[in-house]
Design a protein around this ligand. Sequence first.
Ligand code: IVH
Length: 689
Amino acid sequence: MPSDQAAARAAELRALLHHHAHRYYVLDAPEIPDAEYDRLFQELQALEAAHPDLRAPDSPTQRVLGRVLEGLTPVRHVVPMLSIQTETDTTAAGAVAFDARVRRELALPADAPPVEYAAELKYDGLAVSLRYEAGVLVLAATRGDGETGEDVTQNIRTIGQVPLRLHTEASDKPPPVLEVRGEVYMRRDDFERLNERQREKGERTYINPRNTAAGAVRQLDPAMTASRPLSFFAYGLGDVQGWPLPGEPAATHSGVLDALAAFGLPVSNDRRVVLGAEGLVAFHRDILARRDALPFDIDGVVYKVNALALQRRMGFKTREPRWAVAHKYPAQEQATRLAGIEVQVGRTGKLTPVAKLEPVFVGGTTVSNATLHNVFELRRKGVRIGDRVIVRRAGDVIPEVVARIPEARAAYVPNFQMPRQCPVCGSEVRREKGGIDHRCTGGLFCAAQRKQALLHFAGRRAMNIEGLGDKLVDQLVDGGLVRTLPELYKLGVAKLATLERMAEKSAANLVAALEQSKRTTLARFLYALGIRQVGEATARDLARHFGRLDRVMDASVEQLLEVNDVGPIVAESIHTFFAQPHNREVVEQLRAAGVTWDEHEGAAAQAGAPLPLAGKTLVLTGTLPTLSRDEAKALVEAAGGKVAGSVSKKSHWVVAGEEAGSKLDKARELGVPVLDEAALRRLVEGGEG
Ligand code: IVH
């Protein structure tokens, strides 16, 4: 690039980066995805490397960002809060490169044994420093620019997980000064619930858990922070006085975290001490495989040299330790263009605007469709066809368009309008008074609703009809072979074999799967019916409470309200469903087709006898010989137990299978009894485990 062009581009990039850094670090309200910011930053870095004369002192590449919010009191960190080097090669090679660098910097000979590392998650939240004096939380501060942060003590005190006083044995004195460094974050389910509430209120939804958590911590009003569900993980130390590090002189980072956990600070169980590059690569791979299943966002993993003596030997590079690296995963937010908006009809007739996107790689997969939730939310976000938008895909949540990137539009684009007629069946579309959802009034006349009802009925957690997926359901409904749920059971091999791409063998398999599905449980059957407001948990509660289907069908609203967790809206929905003759007919026909279950299910609960696992908390880890994780969870819950995600002193049992990880170690450490699958089965039968 000629140097005048390079200079112009560098100036443009600097202006863009200044703008976006301010939005991100000061306002907690970014306009572009982090990945896009990183790309701009790297482009500027490359330009400055190629043309060193362009490296102005005010370039964003020349300083660590983050500033003190006006209104919060500045706090000078006794020990600076460092940042961490980032390995952006998201393949395993990133881990190998770090290990090679560590070995080189420690001048280890080629035949020296592998280096021990503490491998952790990289939580995506806001870094804070918690200062405990004589065991009492006296100060909480954000990172700011690393030297000076903001005093957020009142806000941090509202986070239930942060101990206000360190837990120490009566005989032990807490350290005179202990500064704990860690991350405030928001769990994904908490974030989804928060946004669900915003949607119901017709208010602006939040973009992602990270910014919401960061914004909540840097509030001027602690009551506002308290109304946000925040969580915390400790990952290191700051200023420490009068606390002999646990295990000195052989002290390790992992040992420090164990000690923090013993003080009552939340420390993630998803950490491991591993050996050499091989250990790092395996950790990187294992966590990536589990990333979507974690209850919170991570943007990578962090590797730290475990021995504190070696950390000291390696030291620091201006603002970063040489002994640690953050190894990134593919970003969960990306920018792309909104090519169009389609309307999808769901099982209950709800119309959802779906974004058709220019395909983009987000959170590990290519996304070309994303939900826009409803027309009001779409309007609030100001999204129009042709706009550049931010797409987020994290965990099991379906990809969504979370924001529009503010940019001038080349031409006028009209606002999106919901169709007045169902795009599938042409029936009238209506919106309940004051409600936000548009619905097709076609009911089961609408092929889209019929298809969704069949798919739900066949689902793994409902009747579990293997092989009945969306392609086949499309064919069955479009070909007129199945109009109602009971008609599924009338399908024979001959009829099925007339379908395109359906060999006799697969037809026979489907018939066998249908046959097998007939033997079920009352809870699954109730869930499979697709009654509005009745999810798996409610179906289970109903089955347990009433024991028999006819009792559920004939229950009054008052009787339904007696069921655990059933409120007026749910009770009304169940009552209305069974008041409709055609729904009763569907139930009758299904039973006539041979669908059965044990009618005494739940009878124990009804008679007042406690369920075998009532009040017990179990943790599952590793691969069990025959049960999937979902099945094991269902088994525990059916027996009245709860499944928790991490092991604590309060866990009653840990059920461990093949390749059980840190949870098993933790169980042993805390003396929590460990069961195998067979013992779990005995336990749910009411035996001794
Ligand atoms: S250690 C001396 N460990 O990443 C190294 N940081 O540092 C200090 N982060 O905003 C950081 N998870 O808040 C460390 N397990 C982890 C972390 C972690 C997330 C954040 C930290 C900071 C950024 C860079």
